[in-house]
Design a protein around this ligand. Structure first.
Ligand code: FAD
Length: 415
């Protein structure tokens, strides 16, 4: 059996694995990435938020992405019947990136791995991690290729960036039920032949068809658009027939988008992912760390997935470099607490979206520009900026402002 030794083994070549690999390779370590699929491969998660630009820039992966001319995303639009709420990332409390992209992930992820390969990073595709054996000061990972041949990789550290593959959470029994409500999603791509001209047709839109059910419309620069519904699992399952039929039925719920996409053929049989939210008992252990979706996934509603994937990859890679150079690392405070603080802020927004409180604020008739800028920073992914009251006091502020909005409405109806 083939055996090799590396400093760091990275499982999965999505954005999380790529950012971690770029950082550690730049830092001079012997890095190996093993990826189950052949790229390009489809994966969902197409609307980015600005914070991830910091990570791609930090590891030198921004220029290759810029060349691809992906659709630029400068904000987000939420619709609820006749009401419209638009966020512009240039008007936000926290300084930072005010744009990002809407991307077909097959091309986006392949751009990252092509760039890494061109630099000499060792990435092996169509190699699946099957088992990991942790020893005192190293681990031995068994991988298998398409023909069923096994080989072993000895590593000082493992980064599990396997996304929904959740390799180490499965192997080490780290799975934990998520506190986020049980939601599922059905989605596909369409050739957007009736796309309106100008900005109107290009911006990402969330059409809120009921408190817990919404449609995303994510136009790409290649003329295709991603459409997908998210809603309670039981509700999505109540639509009859195969997933294509379910999605076609659900598209009728959208007054804004039904006509634009009616009768168009779907680029692939719509996919359904059930009970999306994932959580784990711990984010690290001796000789390993979990990043991206392999660690925690909340909900697609504010497009935070890729940003958490790159944030956790960049941070964990820095800490591994420190540790392998012989410096002390406190994984609990420097990694786990930091990541969970950000997850906690975002999960308040996800939960308060589905309680309806955040929707009250978004769709309130009178708009408070300061509050809007502070919430906009959260939606841009700057969830560690404690100068933002909507970060620092997230637990009570969203509830309090929603309550105040109710009172305002009551007063208006009395006068
Ligand atoms: P991935 O991109 O999933 O990459 C993991 C890689 O690991 C894969 O290539 C996989 O093949 C590989 N792998 C798995 N198992 C193994 C194994 N055993 N051995 C070797 N390799 C393996 N995020 C956003 O930012 N914006 C959005 O708009 C958005 N929308 C979403 C909508 C839905 C319905 C869902 C479910 C998620 C959405 N997300 C979104 C989240 C997004 O999909 C993820 O957060 C993001 O892809 C995580 O990146 P990653 O690098 O951690 O994992």
């Amino acid at each position: 059996m083939k055996k090799e030794k590396v400093d760091i083994l990275i499982i999965g070549a999505g954005p999380s694995g790529s950012v971690a690999a770029a950082y550690l390779f730049n830092a001079g370590f012997k890095v190996k990435v093993v990826e189950k699929n052949k790229f390009p491969r489809f994966v969902i998660g197409e609307s980015l938020i600005p914070r991830c630009m910091d990570h791609f820039e930090a590891v030198g992966l921004l220029d290759c992405l810029k060349k691809k001319k992906f659709e630029v995303k400068t904000g987000a639009r939420f619709l609820q019947g006749p009401k419209v709420c638009e966020f512009d990332f240039s008007k936000k409390h926290t300084k930072g990136w005010d744009w990002t992209w809407q991307v077909p992930r097959a091309e986006f992820d392949k751009t990252l791995t092509d760039e890494l390969l061109s630099r000499g990073v060792d990435i092996e595709f169509e190699k699946e991690v099957l088992a990991v054996d942790f020893k005192e000061d190293r681990s031995v990972t068994t991988i298998m290729d398409e023909e069923g041949n096994s080989s072993e990789i000895e590593a000082k550290f493992i980064i599990d960036s396997s996304g929904f593959g959740r390799v180490l959470p499965r192997l080490l029994d780290l799975e934990k039920p998520s506190e986020i409500p049980k939601h599922s999603s059905i989605f596909t791509h369409v050739k957007d032949v009736r796309r309106p001209e100008g900005w109107e047709g290009h911006r990402i839109t969330f059409d809120i068809v009921s408190q817990e059910t919404w449609l995303w419309v994510i136009p790409f620069s290649n003329g295709y658009t991603s459409i997908g519904y998210v809603g309670p699992t039981e509700y999505l399952e109540s639509f009859e027939g195969p997933t294509e039929e379910k999605l076609r039925q659900m598209m009728k719920l959208s007054d804004h988008y039904h006509d634009r996409f009616a009768g168009l053929s779907y680029e692939f049989e719509p996919k359904m992912i059930k009970n999306i939210a994932k959580s784990v008992k711990q984010l690290y252990g001796k000789g390993y760390v979990l990043t991206g979706n392999s660690a925690e996934f909340l909900d697609p509603v504010f497009s935070s997935g890729v940003t958490f994937a790159t944030e956790s990859a960049h941070l964990s890679a820095k800490l591994i470099a420190k540790e392998l150079k012989g410096e002390e690392v406190d994984w609990e405070t420097e990694y786990s607490q930091y990541m969970l603080e950000g997850v906690d802020v975002f999960s308040t927004y996800v939960k308060e979206w589905y309680t309806g409180n955040l929707q009250k604020i978004f769709f309130n008739d009178s708009e408070n520009p300061v509050i809007k800028e502070q919430i906009c920073s959260v939606l841009a992914g700057y969830v560690w900026d404690k100068t933002n009251p909507f970060v620092k006091n997230h637990h009570r502020l969203v509830k309090a402002v929603a309550h105040f909005t109710d009172l305002e409405k009551e007063n208006a109806s009395l006068s």
